[in-house]
Ligand binder design. Sequence first.
Ligand SMILES: NC(=O)c1ccc[n+]([C@@H]2O[C@H](COP(=O)([O-])OP(=O)(O)OC[C@H]3O[C@@H](n4cnc5c(N)ncnc54)[C@H](O)[C@@H]3O)[C@@H](O)[C@H]2O)c1
Length: 350
Amino acid sequence: MNSVTSFTRLKSVSGPNRHSTGGRGKRKSILVSGGAGFLGSRLCGRYLEYGCRVICLDNLSTGRIGNLSHFMEDPNFSFVLHDVVDPIKIDSQIDYIFNMACPASPPKYQSDPIQTMKTNLYGAFNLLDLAGRAKARILQASTSEVYGDPEVSPQPEGYQGNVNTVGPRSCYDEGKRAAETIFHEHRECLGIDLRIARIFNAYGPGMDPEDGRVVSNFINQALAGKPITIYGDGSQTRSFCYLEDMVDGLIALMHGPATSFEPMNIGNPNEFTVAELAALVLEKIPSGSKIVHVDLPTDDPKQRRPDICRAQKHLGWFPRVNLDQGLDQTIDYFRAEAEGRHQSVPLMVR
Ligand SMILES: NC(=O)c1ccc[n+]([C@@H]2O[C@H](COP(=O)([O-])OP(=O)(O)OC[C@H]3O[C@@H](n4cnc5c(N)ncnc54)[C@H](O)[C@@H]3O)[C@@H](O)[C@H]2O)c1
C-alpha cells in the first residue's frame, strides 16, 4: 500500500462525518505534538499530502527542524514551539490530535528522566484538555515498552507486562503506562474520543543518526567502518517495523472504527535477534566492521514481538515492507546524511 491508497482507505473507513478528511466538507486540521521527530514529521507530511491543515507542536528536544524544512513554505503547515508539559492554548479548529511528544530513544529519555515523566503525564493531561475543548479525536503514541521485559511472546494487548518501577527505563515505561490510564479515564469519565497505539520498534529514513537505537547505531557504525556494538550476546529479539508501514497503521487506527479504542499493537511481527540484524547490516555494508559485545543494559527486554491480530481484524492493517527492503532504504538515507546530502523526504519503497 502506498500513501495514496492509505488515504483512500482513510476516507472509506471514516465515512461522511466530521472526521472525514476528504470530500466537500471543511478542510480538516491535524495537530501533531512531537511533529518534528522521526514518526511525527512523517505524519505531518502524510496529512499535508492529503490536503489537510497541519499544526506541528514541538519543543525540539529530540526533534529536528530539518525534518520539517520541506513543509515550511506550505501555507497549510504551521509550527508551534512549545513544551507539552505546559498548558496548550490553541483556539483554531483542530479535528485530530496525534500525541507523539516524547523521546523514544533510551539514551535520550534517560538523560532527563523527570522531564520524560512530566512529558508523559502532564503532556497527556494537556493534550486531552485540548482535545476536549476542540472536540477533537486524539491518538496516544504508547509503546511496546508497556510490556517491559515480557514473559510471553508474541505480546497480545491483553498481556499486562513485566515492568520495573524503579529501573533506568522506568521513566519511559511507567510514564507511558500511566499515560494509557490517563487516556482511558478521559474516555470513561469525560467521553473523549480517543485511540491508543502501542508502537513496536519503528525504523526508516528520517531517523536521527545520533539517536542511539539499534538500527541507527548498527548502520552508522558500519558506514563509518567502526565496530558494531552488540549489547550482551545478541540473542535478544526485536521486531522492526518500517516507517511507512507504521504511519499507515497509525493513520488507520486514528480513522478506524470506534471499536479500536482499545490499546492496539502496531508493529511488524517478524522477529529477529539483534545478532541477526548486525549480520544483515554487515552483509549490506561490507566495510570490514568487527562485532564487539558490551554489557547488556539493565532491564533490556529479552524478546519483543507484537501480536497484531487486533489491528488486522479491526483495521485490516498489516505491515508490507520486509526488513531487507526497509534496511536498503534506511541505509541509503543514512549514507546521504553522512555525506551531507540531507534527505528530508523519506524514500518510498512501494
Ligand atoms: N520510534 C519508535 O520505534 C517508537 C516505539 C514506541 C513508541 N514510540 C513513541 O512514538 C512517539 C514518537 O517517537 P519518535 O521515534 O518519533 O521519537 P523522536 O524522539 O524522534 O520524536 C519525539 C518528538 O517529541 C518532541 N518532544 C519530546 N518531549 C517533548 C515535550 N515535552 N514537548 C514537546 N515536544 C516534545 C521531540 O522534540 C521530538 O520531536 C514517542 O511518543 C515514542 O514514545 C516510538
